[in-house]
Design a protein around this ligand. Structure first.
Ligand SMILES: Nc1ncnc2c1ncn2[C@@H]1O[C@H](COP(=O)(O)OP(=O)(O)O)[C@@H](O)[C@H]1O
Ligand SMILES: [Mg+2]
Length: 1010
């Protein structure tokens, strides 16, 4: 926050004066001016004194210091007020206007430019191109309008000779989207004549001093203003502006705004035309009136794209329609011709100016605006209109200008004084009426229908027959003689400051002004010969043609008499005031400290006069007694209800007023408010600011709260959806499971009757959830299936099946050849078809043995090759019964060579190959190593599997003890009489029968190569 000023600079707001008297007011104003403090507040009104020097208070830092701040947070400044207007527009969506008033040279135009600069600086933070271009055109338009509408006067080097009201449109974001300029009453008489020491409009000097050689040449001109009648008066005067560089700036601005090169050419051609017309004179030879220099008419024809003959004709003749519909050319007198020329020149310049304004308007006009899409479109209007003027010789123009100032003063009074006090009365606020000078009576004097000066003037102009200026004065004298603000020499013969039959005086709110009626009717009628309009309309230059649309009418067409200049002006000012009245107004009251344009001089009398007629003192009084803010209770509540627990979110009190009282009490500023019937009145901005701050602090919390609620709602919605999804998924899963069951049951329903009990039936793929169930079901099915198969096996085959199953389980798939596809006969030695020679003696022998050892069944029998403990291999017969294992000698009628109780067998080792070697491990560490030899029954098939299966089945089922079976891929391990031995298998070509051979670690089984 920028530092507030110390008291040595005086009071920054006139409200803070110890006493509200003119003396104190002037003292403060002067002190501040001398200390370089040119701005002072009266509440929200800015009083500005022209410093006549450059102050360093408009830079970037200043903009930053004032941006978004409240009025009282910084020293008074235009920026503070501009920011207030901008805030009101942006935050409260109010249309606002800034009315800048004061005398000519008081600093209005400068103020309006600083305000525009400020608004441009604080908007469009995102640098959006389309907004930047609007801003650029708005800023550049100033330069162009000043060139064509401003001139050096005796009071002001850069005096605006037209009124300007500019609307800037803003979008929802508060960025400028366009604008519109209204121009009021250009002082066009200046083009043909200037007062002593004054200049024509800047544009002429800029062209003549700054235009390029080519341009000047193309316009048939020379670079010297002294050569031209219209610029010679001002040619010598020195101005603060450099015409040369201004010309460049204007050219550039025209381009930036969007004038095409052809249009810019046309503009300068019109200026050239005017300068040539100025130098043109008329001479008479008897009846005949001539143009003095033929060449000039030719130049004009070229510049206006018309024919030289037509130009001369329009200057020297006028076309008149006779009663019979005939058209005749009537020659001008010298006086008529030069009068006609002047009127033409003024009209040319005025139309040029209006055309430029309307061209700028088409460029900056808000385009493609859609309130549904872009939100409310709000406006800030800036009014910079000519100030009150009193010259030595005051005429029609001053009359209009001063009337306009009366109107604006009236608006100010209405808004600031009258409405304010009326509202306090209406709302029942205790209030002491403050007297102020109401100028409504002067406004009425000028504009009242039928009785007002403008009405009388209009009547005089429209009257039939020859009405003179003096007759108009007489008419006023008779109609207004009783009016306290009107007088003339006739009504007050002693007053020698007025001339008989020429002057009248109006007592304006800002002082007495004596007007001369000379030429006033003419200026009001503003006649222009039709011939010029047609000449211009028939130009081949489209720009000119565009400016003169009425030239289309033919001479015989009767047109309605147009309204006179004063009436037109009155209408435009009334509509301007209506337009301003519906906006929130902000005022800049400019004061001119002296007539010398001196930065040092504070002319007390002059300043006091301005303070008095601007009604600033009354303004302070009303303001001091009054209230800075007011708001209807419901609006106030709407905005601040979140700052108080009783009113948030909705109050339960009887009325909004009570709720507002609750808020005010809670914040402890009951002292500085008054309760009206429908509104709350707040005395100081500071109280409201406290509320605003609190509100700003609460808004994020409310936003969070709303977000929370909304997010909750969203989450619940999502959750419900999710539940629905899960429900659907659940149903679908159940369906899939059921469908699987149905399918399984369908496919397997008939398996009991199928030959393969459904083995060939394909299982349907189960859903993922049924993976485990599926494998269990398959297991169940396989068991059932096996049961069906097993059930059908005859009891006689049962033993063999069991043995095969036992072998299968014991080998665990590690030995591919195990003879499962063959019938297992067990007792091969007793079979005649296997051992035809020896079976009889074997059967004989076993009868005895069975009796003796009392065994029940034979588990296995067959010839074997065995190795004894002396490493000698011999042929033997092996008999395994449910009691013992016997080694028999086949050559000695199967005499028992060795008997081993079956109990002592612990395990069995075989290789994974196809050999027929078996090791029977015993608990006595004396293992049996045999090679099974096969008889005639299937001699090449495996019998190891059978031996192993029969034994294994017997052990587990009958003896109820496990038989460990190991399948080795390389060597078999065994013990012989406690000694560990290795047996490997080797294929040996040429070997007739398989046989053991001793080696270092034990034995090698040599098998013949098959
Ligand atoms: N704020 C200011 N700072 C510096 N000079 C200023 C300021 N205001 C006005 N002036 C000077 O006063 C002159 C007249 O001001 P201007 O705004 O044209 O007056 P107005 O529009 O009221 O007739 C300007 O040309 C400028 O030299
Ligand atoms: Mg101005």
């Amino acid at each position: 926050m920028a530092e507030l000023e110390g008291l040595e600079y005086g009071k920054s707001d006139f409200i803070l004066l110890d006493e509200v008297t003119m003396e104190h007011f002037m003292e403060n104003l002067k002190l501040r001016f001398e200390k370089g403090r040119i701005y002072t507040f009266i509440g929200e009104v800015v009083v500005s004194v022209n410093p006549y020097r450059q102050l360093d208070i408009y830079g970037k830092e200043a903009v930053e210091a004032y941006r978004g701040r409240e009025l009282y947070e910084n020293p008074p400044h235009l920026f503070a007020m501009a920011d207030a207007a901008y805030k009101a527009m942006k935050m409260r969506a109010k249309d606002t206007c800034i009315v800048i008033s004061g005398e000519s040279g008081a600093g209005k135009t400068e103020a309006s430019k600083y305000i525009m600069q400020y608004i441009a600086a604080i908007t469009n933070p995102n640098q959006r191109a389309e907004v930047e271009s609007v801003k650029n055109v708005l800023l550049k338009s100033n330069c162009v309008l000043e060139a064509f509408g401003n001139a050096k006067t005796n009071r002001n080097d850069n005096s605006s000779r037209f009124g300007k009201y500019m609307d800037i449109n803003f979008n929802f974001n508060g960025d400028p989207t366009g604008g519109h300029i209204n121009n009021y009453l250009l002082e066009k008489s200046r083009v043909v004549q200037q007062q002593e020491g004054e200049r024509n409009f800047h544009s002429f000097y800029q062209l003549l001093r700054g235009g390029s050689q080519e341009l000047i040449k193309s316009l048939f001109l020379e670079k010297n203003p002294a050569l031209y009648v219209y610029t010679s008066e001002g040619a010598a005067s020195i101005t603060s502006n450099d015409d040369h560089s201004s010309h460049k700036a204007v050219l550039n601005a025209l381009k930036v705004i969007g004038f095409t090169p052809n249009e810019i050419d046309s503009i300068y051609k019109i200026l050239g035309t005017i300068l040539h017309l100025g130098n043109l004179e008329f001479t008479s030879e008897g009846e005949n009136v001539q143009v003095s220099a033929k060449e000039a008419a030719e130049h004009i024809a070229v510049l206006t794209s018309t024919k030289a003959a037509d130009v001369s004709k329009a200057l020297l003749f006028r076309t008149v329609a006779t009663g019979g519909g005939e058209v005749i050319n009537k020659g001008h007198s010298v006086q008529e011709a030069s009068y006609g020329k002047d009127a033409f020149v003024k009209a040319l310049y005025e139309r040029l100016f209006s055309w430029i304004v309307s061209h700028i308007n088409t460029v900056i006009e808000v385009k493609d605006y859609n309130p549904m899409l872009h939100g409310k479109n709000t406006v800030i209007g800036v009014l910079d209109i000519y100030g009150f003027e009193i010259f030595d010789n005051n005429s029609f123009e001053q009359f209009c200008i001063n009337y306009c100032n009366e109107k604006l003063q009236q608006l100010f009074i209405e808004l600031i004084m009258q409405q304010e006090q009326e509202e306090y009365n209406r709302e029942g606020i205790p209030w002491q009426q403050i007297e102020y000078c109401n100028n409504q009576i002067i406004v009425d004097l000028v504009e009242e229908p039928h009785k007002g000066i403008i009405s009388i003037l209009e009547e005089a102009c429209l009257g039939v027959g020859k009405v003179t200026d003096t007759m108009f004065l007489e008419s006023m004298d008779s109609k207004l003689s009783q009016h306290p603000h009107y007088t003339s020499r006739k009504l007050c013969p002693t007053d020698k400051s007025m001339e008989y039959r020429r002057d009248f005086r109006i007592r304006h709110y800002a002082g007495d002004v004596t007007y001369s009626v000379e030429g006033i009717l003419d200026k009001n009628k503003d006649p222009l010969f039709q011939d010029f309009k047609r000449l211009m309309y028939n130009s081949t230059d489209p720009v000119l043609r565009d400016m003169w649309p009425e030239g289309r009418l033919s001479i015989t067409e009767v047109t309605k008499r147009p309204l006179t200049a004063a009436t037109l002006f009155k209408n435009s000012i009334i509509s301007l005031v209506d337009n301003l009245a519906c906006k929130v107004p902000y005022y800049v009251r400019c004061i001119k400290p002296n007539e010398m344009k001196s930065p040092m001089l504070f002319d007390d009398a002059r300043c006091q006069h301005q303070v008095a007629y601007l009604g600033l003192l009354e303004n302070v009084r009303v303001r001091r007694a009054g209230f800075a803010y007011r708001q209807p209770y419901d609006r106030f509540l709407q905005r601040y209800k979140m700052t108080c627990e009783y009113t948030w979110p909705n109050h339960l009190m009887e009325s909004d007023k009570e709720a507002v009282e609750a808020i005010v009490r809670q914040h402890g500023f009951s002292e500085s408010v008054e309760y009206g019937h429908s509104k709350l009145f707040v005395r100081t901005p500071r109280s409201l600011f406290t509320l605003e701050q609190e509100r700003n602090a609460l808004i994020p919390i409310l936003v969070l709260f709303l977000q929370k609620v909304w997010r909750g709602a969203l989450a619940r919605m999502r959750c419900r959806k999710l539940w629905a999804v899960y429900a659907i998924m659940g149903c679908y899963k159940r369906y899939k499971v059921k469908a699987h069951f149905w399918e399984v049951s369908r496919r397997f329903s008939n398996v009991r009757n199928m030959a393969d009990y459904g083995w060939s039936v394909e299982w349907p793929a189960p859903p993922a959830a049924l993976a485990q169930f599926h494998s269990i079901t398959q297991g169940l099915y396989r068991r059932w299936w096996a049961r069906q198969i097993v059930k059908n096996i005859p009891p006689s085959d049962m033993l063999e099946v069991r043995a095969k199953v036992a072998a299968l389980a014991a080998l665990k798939g590690e030995r591919p050849t195990w003879g499962w596809g063959r019938a297992w006969e067990r007792d091969y030695l007793s079979l005649a078809n296997d051992s035809p020679q020896s079976c009889t003696s074997f059967v004989e022998m076993t009868k005895e043995l069975k009796k003796k050892d009392q065994y029940n069944t034979v588990l296995f029998s067959g010839f074997v090759r065995k190795v004894n403990r002396f490493n000698k291999s011999t042929d033997r017969a092996l008999l395994i019964t449910d009691k013992n294992i016997y080694k028999l000698d086949p050559r000695k009628q199967f005499r028992v060579m060795k008997k081993l109780p079956l109990e002592s067998v612990t395990g069995l080792s075989v290789t994974s190959g196809a050999d027929q070697m078996v090791v029977l491990h015993t608990s006595t560490q004396d293992d049996v190593l045999v090679y099974l030899q096969r008889g005639q029954l299937c001699p090449n098939q495996d019998r190891v599997g059978e031996l192993l299966g029969n034994l294994s089945d017997h052990f587990t089922r009958v003896m109820c003890k496990p038989l460990s079976v190991s399948v080795r891929s390389s060597a078999l391990q065994l013990n012989m009489r406690g000694k560990s031995k290795n047996v490997t298998v080797e294929t040996k070509p040429g070997q007739a029968n398989a046989d053991f051979r001793k080696n270092r670690n034990g034995f090698t089984l040599l098998v013949p190569a098959s």
